[in-house]
Design a protein around this ligand. Structure first.
Ligand code: MN
Length: 423
């Protein structure tokens, strides 16, 4: 079966960032947005690998979950091989569709939205600390998108050898419009404006561009990427334009995969969560968009963090960045300690994880260093953190006694073990 989608896409660097670390994929029936992160501008490498591997995998496989899983491995392995790419990672929000259904695969804090009958609803759950706190009732939902720590990711591709992937299958209706976007969009403009633009602009390409323009106009603090896909309305005559492509329906969509009809009693939650149709046992699990977040699973669920803070027009924003490789030296129970993560709390939730508490008492250090320790001294690695601790220890433990050594001579004893072995 051949289905014709109309789609449009846009990606802008914005007004602040030096590099566009977002990537997009528009290869019907596959569409995706990835928002890379990492030091030394390697985020663009991670997001590019994500969409490339996703597409390549789905040319030979029917499982979008497996494809995302393999993209994760590819990024992780590349980062392990190249020191310059250490710590890189990326979000990925992808849609694999046919005329009547769509599979949405999602990791991180990019989003998929559905516009149906003029109403915009979110199809994905942000894998962020802030979102978990919203679900726990500790932060108001309306504060989440502008929260200063909203970019602290709990999941991303490329951080660990395995990753948990959300996969949803949706029943689609004629006239449905799906938006995939990076956080540079909804971090800058409200859902109301997104809904308005998507409702008013009939051309998907124009709608995608308008959303980018609105985000840049609102400050352009981050890279912004939008992909808009219109599901065909059989009542309207097909008028292929420059943004129309045909494709062969993927094998996954040849039978009904959705669990039931959409809409109905809860029009704001049209997402159905199903087990990904992976043929073999897979480490990937589907996860509910409406249920409570699972508790962090130890060190595997290390937080990701925003390191870059840029003040623009009185507002601050944060860029996604991995803290998998972020360390700092701080204070725990009065003693100098090494932490993984970054200093600080979000609604009482510690963002750093204590890794090693040293014997060094913080209050024995000069005031200047005590102050810096309270804020947390950033380190590039665990080794670097240990080196900082060693430097701090020197401040209180002189390597050489301050007073001249007494002039007792140490003469080599007759029992010196350094003698040559008997022949
Ligand atoms: Mn971003």
């Amino acid at each position: 079966m051949t289905v014709t989608f109309k789609w449009g896409a846009c990606s802008e660097i914005g007004l602040v960032r030096q590099v566009n670390e977002d990537s997009k994929l528009t290869e019907p029936p596959l569409f995706a947005v990835a928002d890379g992160m990492g030091g030394h501008a390697s985020g663009d490498v991670a997001s590019a690998i994500a969409v490339e591997v996703l597409e390549a995998e789905l040319r030979k496989s029917d499982s979008i979950a497996d494809a995302v899983h393999n993209a994760n491995k590819a990024i992780f392995q590349r980062a392990a091989k190249e020191p310059d790419l250490t710590g890189m990672g990326t979000t990925l929000t992808a849609m694999w569709a046919d005329e009547r259904s769509a599979q949405i695969a999602h990791v991180g804090d990019s989003r998929a939205y559905l516009l149906r009958d003029g109403h915009l609803s979110r199809l994905t759950t942000d894998h962020t600390v802030v979102n978990r706190l919203v679900q726990q009732g500790r932060i108001m939902p309306e504060d989440a998108d502008r929260h200063p720590q909203r970019s602290y990711l709990e999941r991303a591709l490329g951080v660990d050898p395995e990753v948990e992937v959300d996969v949803h299958v949706l029943d689609m209706l004629p006239g449905d419009r799906v938006l995939l976007c990076s956080d540079g969009l909804f971090g800058m403009i409200d859902d109301d404006l997104i809904q308005n633009v998507m409702t008013m602009e009939t051309s998907p390409q124009r709608a995608a561009e308008r959303l980018c323009e609105e985000a840049v106009h609102a400050g352009g603090n981050d890279n912004v990427t939008t992909v808009i896909v219109d599901f065909p309305d059989p009542d309207s005559s097909p008028t292929p334009g420059s943004t129309t492509r045909s494709f062969t329906t993927p094998a996954h969509a040849s039978g009904p995969t959705a669990t039931g009809p959409l809409g109905g009693a809860n029009p704001t939650s049209p997402v159905q969560t199903v087990t990904p149709p992976a043929p073999a046992p897979s480490p990937i699990r589907s996860s509910s968009t409406s249920g409570p977040r699972q508790e962090p699973r130890g060190s595997r669920l290390l937080l990701w963090v925003a390191v870059a803070v840029v003040v623009l027009g009185g507002g601050a924003f944060l860029a996604n960045m991995s803290i998998k490789g972020s360390w700092y030296v701080g204070v725990d129970s009065g003693q100098v300690a090494v932490f993984n993560g970054v200093p600080g709390k979000v609604a009482g939730f510690e963002l750093g994880e204590l890794k090693n508490r040293t014997e060094l008492q913080a209050d024995t250090l000069p005031d200047l260093y005590q102050g810096r320790l309270e804020e947390g001294i950033k380190a590039n690695s665990r080794t670097d953190a240990r080196a900082i601790v060693a430097d701090l220890e020197k401040l209180v433990t002189p390597a050489v006694p301050p007073t001249p050594a007494p002039d007792t001579e140490t003469s080599p004893g007759a029992e010196s073990p350094a003698g040559p072995p008997p022949a």
